[in-house]
Design a binder for this molecule. Sequence first.
Ligand code: ATP
Ligand code: MG
Length: 252
Amino acid sequence: MSSPRPQLLAIEQLQHSFGGVRAVDNVSFALHVGEVAALIGPNGAGKSTLFNLIDGQLVPQAGRVLFDGHSLALCSTAERARRGIGRTFQVAQTFATMTALQNVQLALVAAEGGAGWVRDRLWKLHIEAGHSLLGQVGLQKLAQSSAATLAYGDVKRLELALALAARPRLLLMDEPTAGMTPDERFALMHLIVEVARQNTMTVLFTEHSMDVVFGFARRILVLSRGRLIADDAPDAVRADAQVQRLYLGEAT
Ligand SMILES: Nc1ncnc2c1ncn2[C@@H]1O[C@H](COP(=O)(O)OP(=O)(O)OP(=O)(O)O)[C@@H](O)[C@H]1O
Ligand SMILES: [Mg+2]
């Protein structure tokens, strides 16, 4: 019998409001090592805000985020990245004027830290590692293309490669397949699940396509107006009357 995986992330009674809007309202849950879970909910439910609280872009007004059992309250975004929290964004963030390969090289150099001449040396060393990462996300043929010229689906793949450069243990992906065709969505999610399996990486992703959510997540967390209204296996979430009423009835 396999032993249960250890807990990696614990969210405890997290709260954050913008003016009178409770974007994240008393949310608690934990993620275990290697889990691939989806965070779903209507527009404005608080999904991106929750990610911002986990990766340190926002400071919670109450509650705690624990990673590996340690509170992240005093950790900057950079320190959280060093500890193993990676992130991709709802609107993909890459350096448009650089090639795909240069983008990945930069992410690899940044992940290793160091300064001055160390960075110059790392830059050259990382050509091979950069090609390897681009290969992992299916962009090897576009290594020398400027990021500005990539199709949106390829930009999302590049953003995934940038996040993987830091070898995250937890990857938060905010709408990783937005703007992609159905085929591209499934290919990217297959890739993410496979990378997670190979690296024992935990993934929490937001997504509006229910095909993707129910096809790839083993566990689904549902937010509505900042509150976590369900956290269960896909079949149980699909059958949940409150989730049906507040979200699945209207989701595309
Ligand atoms: N910087 C901000 N300033 C003011 N209000 C904000 C800010 N960011 C988010 N909000 C509000 O907080 C609530 C949650 O927003 P959030 O972006 O987290 O939702 P979401 O679930 O990611 O939505 P979507 O599916 O559209 O991406 C919304 O009411 C939103 O208008
Ligand atoms: Mg969002």
